[in-house]
Design a protein around this ligand. Sequence first.
Ligand code: AHR
Length: 481
Amino acid sequence: MKVTLTVDAENKIAEINPRLYGGFVEHLGRNVYGGVYAPEDPTADEDGFRKDVLELVHDLDIPVTRYPGGCFSSSWFWEDGVGKDRPVRLDTYWKQLEPNTFGLSEFMKWAKKAKTEPLLTFNVSMRPAVDSARMVEYCNFPKGTALSDMRRANGDEEPYGVKLFCLGNEQYGSWEYGHAPAEVYGVRAREVVKQVRNLQPDAKFILCGDADSMEWNEKVLDICYDYVDMLSIHFGIWTGEENDDTYFDRLNTCRRYIEDSINVCEKIRKKHNSEKRLTLAVDEWILWNSVKDPVPGEEWTCGMHLLEQDYVLRDVLMVGGLYSLFHNAADKVSLVCEAQTVNVIAPIRTAPNGVIWKQGIYYPIRYASRYGRGTALKIEGAPARLHVSAVDRREQNEIALYLTNTTFEEIKLDCGLIHFNGEEWSVAEAVMLTSTDEKSCNTADKTVLAPEELKNVSTAGNTLNATLSPRSWNFVLLRRK
Ligand code: AHR
């Protein structure tokens, strides 16, 4: 198939917010225990953090990390994770034993080492608003109050300076602890903001939206529009049974979620006569098909193998498509968290004794994060099932192109670069990921999904030519000559 694309430097979407490349550490399975934190492992540093995990987190360059959930946050008592005496609790949501040896204090320390900004999820539904305000006082108030002095006594002299907060998690869902009608949740969320805002005037608040229900979004925004900064929506993509067309059609559904949700934000903005424009936070996107509930009561342990999903080629293509979708929605979406960072539906997997491997989905995430910073440009001419995005990296004199071919056909690509002041371009880097085996995934012992050089690629003046293999994710970095 022949495809002609045009990238126009004047056809700008928006500056990409670096927070588009966020991660997520939930107290779930082996994300924390055995993942980021494993004091017994030979890879552990002086704080018990796995150094090999930190290395890959640095490689992914994750600017923001959500913590401690997810559904876990609706039964979270932040006080359990600070100070010397840590209570062992039952986490009745995920049915795990929670030793609290990793808690708020450790997360803050880890976030610093991981060079990632913390995004904390309040427990808005099961605890009164004042408890969220107290957590922020513990985190951010310099000194001279019981809670700020408690932080200092616990060894953290300097305030953490947390500025990003989720007002609960998935409160629209019947599965979530504290699930309530939109009107009830809206009031709970608003009351939290009122208390926390006075403590931390520059804090940013993310309201729980529902990607699938504009009715919910309208109701909660009507109560909270003037108080919040972003509306969250989650993308849950089931990788299991669906056929290929249905699977990739989820990218269109996700695009619709973004458009519908931002339209509701705009509708309520007008109704409230507000100048403030909200953006969207996709603070969870999930590729998932292996939910295996632990058996309640039979065994309560810590660090169970939960949601350890293996990803195959089409998942790599899906992730490539998702990041192009986020680039192309850079004017609407300002924060994204890949759910989750380690072991649990994750790009990074670990086993004890320093065993670590990258899943295939690691690579589209990495290349999006490392090169997808700059101005997102519109690309004209892409047929269905070729998912593309372009980032103008003006400061680096580079253009990053992301091209995901989900079809079973080879694509002969001719891509014109216009209004870049007639500059000539050379190929600085070109990689692709494909496989003839649709069923294989990376494991501790074998790597079958990893990028290799994209060979058939060239430039002539302001035109790029490339051959994209069937079922391939591709990345091309062009540099001004
Ligand atoms: O990411 C796993 C779970 O999926 C999270 O806890 C929840 O928010 C979502 O439904």
